[in-house]
Design a protein around this ligand. Structure first.
Ligand code: CP
Ligand code: NVA
Length: 307
């Protein structure tokens, strides 16, 4: 793998295969604790936004690999008082073996990685959420035993971090991705350019019923991502037709699985009866964050992992 994991774009098919193999092993052998991939290594976790899954799965995962997580709210650091990202990255590189960062602007993360001598892992920015989406590919693979040719329909804000990362993942894995939203929330134009689609097929379809037709998976995310709270009223109104409810689900394949990165706003982007149904795999997605991130950490930080 490359030094940093900032977007799905840095990940190759070979990396993905390695992550899947190792995550499968980590999942099966979780109780054989500890696996010493991170022995003696300290991993910083700088979070400027709330988190349940990402924070806890990384902290637990680092400990299960015999490493030492150090959680830092942005305000715990001098960064909150004006120290530059560059100086922070240079200093933390002298203490830590890697850093996991959740922040607002993706450019801040890129800047940090530019100056850091240690691996930098994106734990969510306004633009991308690669750890989530690599985990989602793993979860789809567990259920379907393949990724190539899977038909995945994504409903809601098609320009947010989850959608952007899903698009990059579809390109990598050969997924047919149909994104559905009103015009205002459609994917950026360059993502719909046929020359940029790699192995995938990426389509924007404003009609939600058409988009869901014969889908193997339906995926949704909150309509109001962190940092966009001011737009809550208009987003809830404009995205309402894209709610994942029994009617939308009825258009999909009879064996459709329902996905959500969580946290969910039940009754908004997804109804209770859908998220709680036997078709829903949202808690498998959440659990798999732990196994997949452990695999990523081992591959980034332990040269012995693939030997
Ligand atoms: N899906 C996800 O990243 O959840 P958290 O915001 O709780 O970390
Ligand atoms: N799009 C959501 C994802 C949360 C995991 C957000 O950025 O808030």
């Amino acid at each position: 793998m490359q030094k940093d994991l900032l977007t799905v774009e840095e990940v190759t098919r070979q990396d993905l295969d390695n992550i899947f193999k190792l995550a499968t092993k980590m999942k099966l052998e979780r109780l054989d604790y500890p696996v010493r991939h991170l022995a003696g290594k300290s991993i910083g976790m700088i979070f400027s936004k709330s988190s349940t899954r990402t924070r806890v799965s990384f902290e637990v995962g680092i400990r299960e690999l015999d490493g030492f997580p150090i959680f830092l709210d942005q305000n715990d650091l001098q960064l909150g008082r004006g120290e530059t990202i560059k100086d922070t990255a240079l200093v933390l590189s002298r203490y830590l073996h890697a850093v996991v960062i959740r922040t607002h602007e993706h450019e801040e993360l890129v800047e940090f990685a530019k100056f850091a001598h240690i691996p930098v892992i994106n734990a969510l920015t306004n633009m991308f959420h690669p750890c989530q989406i690599i985990t989602d590919l793993f979860t789809i693979f567990e259920y379907s035993e393949r990724l190539d040719g899977i038909k995945l329909c994504y409903m809601g804000d098609c320009a947010n971090n989850t959608a952007n990362s899903l698009i990059l993942a579809a390109r990598l894995a050969g997924i047919e991705l149909i994104l559905s939203s009103p015009e205002k929330y459609k994917p950026r134009t360059s993502y719909l350019d046929p020359d940029s689609m790699g192995a995938g097929k990426i389509v924007w379809e404003p009609d939600p019923m058409k988009a869901a037709e014969n889908a193997d998976y339906i995926y949704t995310d909150v309509w109001v991502s962190m940092g966009y709270e001011k737009e809550e009223k208009e987003r809830n109104r404009e995205l309402r037709p894209y709610q994942v409810n029994p009617k939308i689900v009825s258009a999909a394949s009879p064996s459709v699985k329902i996905m959500h990165c969580l946290p969910a706003r039940r009754g908004e982007e997804i109804t209770d009866d859908v998220i709680d149904s036997h078709k829903s795999i949202v808690f498998d997605q959440a659990e798999n964050r732990l196994h997949v991130q452990k695999a990523i950490l081992a591959l980034l930080l332990d040269e012995e992992t693939l030997k």
